[in-house]
Every structure is written in structure tokens, then in C-alpha cells.
Design a protein around this ligand. Sequence first.
Ligand code: G3P
Length: 231
Amino acid sequence: MKLFIDTGSVAETEEIAAWGVLSGATTNPSLLAKEHGDPGDIIRRICELVDGPVSAEVVSSEPEGMVEEGKALASLHEHVVVKVPFSRAGLAATRELTTHGHRVNMTLVFSASQALLAAEAGATYVSCFMGRLDDISIGSAEVLAEIVAALRAGGPESQVLAASLRHPMHAVVAAKLGCEVATAPGKVLRQMLDHPLTEAGIERFGADWRARPEFGAWLEGLVRSGKVPVS
Ligand code: G3P
């Protein structure tokens, strides 16, 4: 499963892209509205940082407006994927955009039947919001499992993108269910790093090594001897 960052923040993307784990990013109007600066500049910079698909969302409610906005957003950078909210208008816009070669991430999909429609309209990604389902006491894992099964049963090839991740277990569940992508906010990606045994293990290895100072000198020498001389 590929990991995307769900953000509107260039600084956060820069921080986490440096870990080498990001394959793409998703933005949405709410995330971008929290940031200072030109949204186009932000989207372009995030595209450069993740060097992969970056979803940028349309806000019109009519198909024509969605298509116009989608084409304009796609012109910002070759990595932009047009994010279109699920609706009748969204399906029509998705068909039109994909017919003209644009990739679409159909968002706000909360059921397998909606996912089937999104896939038939040509969406490259079908985004299901796990956290928002759990918020209203609908089990996100069950819904996601149905979506994955429905889209794998045949027909057009759409990737299932798990979104609205609120904690690391959402990412693990999405991976186990066979989602192709999970997009997580910076906070959740940082939480995925932590384990007390990892920290304790690093501390123990360091302390044992430092107890033999001659080993430190040996390693330094090894590093120096392996360095290609600067000509
Ligand atoms: O990008 C869409 C989605 O991930 C939003 O998450 O936390 O606002 O439900 P959330």
C-alpha cells in the first residue's frame, strides 16, 4: 500500500517527504483554507516535494464548472490529480475529465455502490473516509472491505484510497484490506513512527557500543577508509 500525506502544508510535506516514505499527497479545500499563501504555489510545491500524484479539489457544484476548475487545477503541475466530490454532477464531470486524459480522485465515497459508480465514471482513485464513518458509528473497516471487494470483482481499474485516517490502526486496517493507497495527516504519520521498544532498543545498542570506546575509534577509521578521496 502506498502512503500519501493528507495536508495543505508545504512545511509538513517537506518534513515528512524527507523520511522517504511518501508516494503522493492529497489536499482538500478545508486543508488549503488553513494555510497562508497562494493555493496554486502550495499545490505546485507539494507536487515537487512528493514527486507523485497530488489531489487538488474542485468546488463547483455543476459538471461544467467542475470540468473547468479541474482542467485549470491540472494545468498547475503534471502531478495534479483532479479531486471531484461524489454526486451526479461529480460523476458526469469525472467522465468528461477522464475522457480528456485527466486523472480523477473521486472523494466522499461512503459505500460500495457509490464506489462502483465512481469506478465506472473512470476515477483513478476512489476515496473512502474512514474517520468520518467511524464518527457516526458506521464501521469503516466493513465499508472499506466491501468497496475493495466490489472493485476487485472485475470491471474498470480504480484504486481504493483510504482517507480521513485518525490513527495508525486505520492505516494498518486499510493495508490489510488491500487498499492501494492510504492518505494520512502528518500527525498520524508521526504516530506511526513510535514504539517504546524501538526507542529502548536504540538506547541499549548505543550504550553497549559506548562502553567499548575502542570500537568507536575502529568504526571512525572504517568510515574514513571507505571514503572516496576528493580529487
Ligand atoms: O482529504 C480528505 C480527508 O482525509 C479528510 O479527513 O479528518 O477531515 O475527516 P478528515
